[in-house]
Design a protein. Structure first.
Lengths: 616, 104, 175
């Protein structure tokens, strides 16, 4: 198996190429089979690989060929496989397969069925390359590949202008981070002479001391890349807009896999980050700040997908917090459980949207509990896991993060408290969603129920979201072991109880209506605060005024080509002179004579001035 | 010759006046024959200045240049009058304003 | 003393005759005035000690060149209609611009020559001296003049011949 590891990304890639070339000639069923089966085979191969890995714990390095060789720089098309890679691959192929299956029903009526699966398969291939890459350059290839696929899928329904706008926004905002990341890679290469991840980390540990400035700069640049891709502050604005794409795409790319690439990147290069404690603190602070900001915003949203998008931002914030406090395996664990329950939630919302005539507003839904029971239970389990209610998958991972954050000296308790606040908010907004959508008055009647191709992925994901917390992810060999100490028991109890409190609040406010917050919401302060949160803390507005509009203004200015204007002026001047001079060519001899005499007068004046100075 | 002599700048004054008159004629006349005549006057004025200067220094060079001017005048008139005949033939008039095909 | 008086008389005659020549409507009248002007200039030449130049002025300028003019004018046969046309063209409006230009130029010339002092030389520069320097230092100029005259000869022959030929052909075709 270890020799054929390259088949795993290759199969979706070939399927994608086939769909691009022949997609228009294939039947819809064939397209679906090809698109799903390719990822399914990859998932099976990953499963085989996982079983093998569990038995022998063997790290695999497979070098296919040398990509290029320039002056000692020889990145290879080579793969590196260890426990971390396995976790990522399992998530990508496993969740990816389920989402592909879901898509066959969700996209059934779409005329661009083949195009959709071509993009989706290409995404899976690129994402696999990203996580399997042995060196940072190949990783960057995958990184950009998923960026392109994300762009294509967000703007999948490109007939609507807003979707194209959202796609461009997603692409450009992540590009800002990617540029910084490319700089980071260049810096690492010039300093260490290699981009091979394992060799690079080894060389870094020999070259630098903890706290040196160069690893700090390199790490911060890499963090910039991760922040862009993972939609953290301050580059998170693209993700809510990216919900313009089809819902399964949001589930796969903008919840489960691509947006966690930043987490993976930092985890993969943790050897560097251990050399730069400041960078880790930055990561932790970014994570917790994003988490809180997004949670507050999610409280106010009315679009079901936007709620989930902000929730994703918030949860990735937790992952960043975990990475920042050195809880590497907890971060990756949360990545995995989040992939399960967030994919579940997105697919559930996809099912609702699919059956409710593309309705996105949660206040126009309601009472769906009895009419879509399958989806209801999916949502219940997903929300429970998201809110980290005890015994769900999210509980185990989030609890680990919070406890390890508490143990961090100095900042620890502060981060823990902020994390708890976030957890409280998470519970409130997730159950607000559930109560508003599935209970109460029915506002819109579903016109169909989910078919088996939607039901199967939902049930599998339900299962995973429930028991995902009992998985032991095989990353002990990858990350440095934690000291194993535990905080006081009351810390743990508080961490467990907070989500329950959140659930209670949500119940009282949105279901039982015992707790009336209308007065609070309608007061001046409440209203302005609510609007502030609804707009995502005004960050979009800020960027719009700070960057987008000045840029458009500049572009408008440059559209008239002011530099060309200088040359145009010369041309215009010449033409004017030409006009004058040709007007002087009257063809009348007396006119010529008069002008000659005028010239003569000037010449004599000059000559007299120069030779005698009489006229001076 | 006696001691009282003609002042050079008076001769030059006459020469300048002749030149200016010739030029004025050149610019105001439309008839090509008068234009040629005006040219003769101007050439003559220049010749006068040369001869006067030569006489001032007691050198023959002034008269040499006078002869050269004479040559130029003769050649110019020969060609110019040939042109007059052609203009009369082509345009049926001697008005130079009719010969304005070089208008730009 | 007498020479100076003669000079001023000749100068006055030359100026008046030139002005008259420039303002006549009739070409023949203008030409006669021009000849008078040239003769007056010849007198000035004689007075300032250049008798050879004076002789050439009379023989070539007033004689040969002016006779050419007379011939051409006679060939064109302008008549009364031409005179009327000329008077029409000589309206005061046409004068203004050229007059200003001419006056400016004249003023400039006067300013330039204003610091010229001293009389012209008393001694006569004889034809012999002129001949010596013509075929001495100026021999190249003489050669160039010869070329110029040749060119003028060929040019006027060419122009005039075509004129005559066409005239001839037109007459032949009308017969």
């Amino acid at each position: 198996m270890s020799e054929t590891i390259w088949l795993i990304p290759l199969i979706p890639f070939l399927s994608s190429v086939a769909l691009m070339l022949f997609g228009s000639r294939l039947k819809i069923t064939h397209i679906g089979v090809l698109g799903v089966a390719s990822v399914g085979i990859s998932a099976l191969l990953t499963l085989v690989l996982a079983v093998e890995f569990m038995q022998n714990q063997q790290v695999i390095q497979a070098s296919l060929w040398t990509w290029m060789e320039v002056a000692g720089f020889a990145p290879g098309i080579s793969f590196y496989f260890d426990g971390l890679t396995l976790v990522m691959m399992s998530v990508i192929t496993g969740v990816g397969f389920l989402i592909h299956l879901f898509s066959t029903e969700f996209m059934e009526k779409d005329p661009s069925y083949a195009r959709y699966f071509a993009y989706l398969n290409m995404f899976v291939a690129a994402m696999l390359i990203l996580v399997m890459a042995d060196n940072l350059l190949l990783l960057y290839l995958g990184w950009e590949g998923v960026g392109v696929c994300s762009y294509l899928l967000v703007g999948f329904w490109y007939q609507h202008n807003a979707n194209g706008h959202a796609a461009r926004k997603a692409f450009i905002v992540t590009r800002i981070g990617d540029t910084a990341m490319a700089l980071g890679l260049l810096l690492l290469f010039t300093e260490l002479g290699t981009l091979d991840i394992q060799a690079m980390v080894g060389a870094a540990n020999q070259t630098w001391q903890i706290g040196d400035s160069i690893p700090l700069v390199a790490c911060l640049l890499i963090v910039c890349g991760a922040v862009g891709k993972s939609a953290q502050l301050p580059l998170h604005t693209w993700l809510p807009d990216a919900m313009a794409g089809p819902t399964p795409v949001s589930a796969l790319i903008h919840a489960a896999t691509m947006v966690t690439a930043g987490v993976y990147l930092i985890a993969r290069t943790h050897g560097l980050f251990l050399l730069a404690p400041t960078a880790m603190t930055v990561v932790a602070v970014i994570g917790i700040a994003t988490s809180l900001m997004a949670a507050f915003t999610a409280l106010m949203q009315t679009d079901i997908k936007r709620i989930l998008a902000y929730s994703t931002i918030s949860q990735i914030g937790y992952m960043f917090l975990a990475l920042g406090v050195g809880a590497w395996s907890a971060g990756i664990f949360h990545l995995m459980t989040h992939a399960f329950f967030k994919a579940l939630l997105f697919l559930g919302s996809g099912a609702i949207i699919h059956c409710l005539h593309h309705e996105h507003n949660i206040f126009k839904m309601g009472g769906l509990r009895t009419r879509m029971p399958m989806t209801f239970w999916s949502f219940m389990i997903g929300s429970a896991a998201l809110a980290a209610l005890p015994m769900t998958s999210g509980f185990f991972s989030k609890d680990q993060i919070l406890l390890q954050a508490y143990q961090l000296p100095d900042l620890g308790p502060g981060l823990w408290m902020a994390g708890l606040l976030g957890a409280l908010l998470t519970a409130i907004y997730s159950f607000r969603l559930v109560f508003v959508v599935f209970f109460g008055q029915a506002n819109t009647e579903p016109d169909k129920d989910t078919g088996w191709r939607m039901a199967v992925p939902l049930s599998v994901l339900c299962f995973l979201a429930m028991i995902g917390g009992y998985f032991m992810i095989p990353v002990a060999e990858v990350f440095p072991a934690s000291d194993g100490s535990h905080p006081a028991h009351w810390v743990e109890y508080v961490s467990i109880s907070v989500p329950l409190v959140g659930l209670l609040i949500a119940y009282l406010v949105f279901f039982n209506r015992r707790l009336n917050i209308d007065g609070l919401a309608n007061s001046t302060v409440g209203k302005s605060l609510g609007n502030f949160w609804l707009s995502g803390w005004g960050i979009d507005w800020l960027y719009d005024h700070l960057f987008v509009r000045p840029y458009y203004g500049l572009a408008n200015l440059l559209k008239s080509e002011p530099v060309d204007g200088i040359y145009g002026l010369i041309v215009a001047l010449n033409q004017t002179f030409n006009h004058w001079l040709s007007a002087a060519q009257t063809g009348r001899m007396r006119w010529y004579l008069a002008s000659m005499v005028a010239g003569l007068i000037i010449l004599i004046t000059l000559a007299a001035n120069l030779s005698t100075g009489v006229l001076q | 010759m006696d001691g009282l002599n003609i002042p050079l700048n008076h001769i030059l004054l006459v020469s300048s006046l002749l030149f200016a008159i010739g030029m004025l004629g050149l610019m105001i006349r439309r008839n090509i024959i008068f234009i040629l005549m005006s040219l003769e006057v101007m050439l003559n004025a220049a010749a006068l200045a040369f001869v006067a200067a030569g006489a001032h220094w007691g050198q023959p060079d002034g008269q040499v240049v006078f002869m050269l001017i004479l040559t130029v005048a003769a050649a110019e008139v020969a060609v110019g009058l040939g042109l007059v005949l052609q203009v009369q033939k082509r345009f049926k008039t001697l008005d130079m304003d009719h010969a304005n095909r070089m208008q730009g | 003393m007498l020479e100076i008086v003669f000079f001023y008389i000749a100068a006055t005659v030359a100026l008046i005759a030139t002005v008259m020549a420039m303002t006549r409507a009739n070409a023949i009248h203008a030409l006669i005035y021009l000849i008078v002007s040239l003769l007056a200039v010849a007198v000035i030449f004689f007075l300032i000690g250049a008798p050879f130049a004076a002789a050439l002025e009379i023989v070539i300028y007033a004689g040969a060149i002016m006779v050419l003019f007379v011939f051409v004018i006679m060939m064109l046969n302008l008549g009364e209609k031409g005179d009327k046309q000329e008077r029409q063209w000589l309206k005061p409006g046409i004068w203004a611009g050229p007059a200003v230009l001419s006056v400016i130029l004249l003023v400039e010339l006067l300013v330039v020559i204003s610091d010229v002092n001293g009389p012209v030389s008393v001694s006569v520069v004889s034809a012999k001296e002129v001949g010596l320097s013509l075929f001495g230092p100026y021999v190249l100029a003489v050669e160039i003049s010869a070329m110029l005259l040749l060119a003028g000869l060929v040019g006027s022959f060419h122009l005039g011949r075509r004129y005559l030929e066409r005239d001839h052909i037109e007459k032949g075709s009308s017969q």
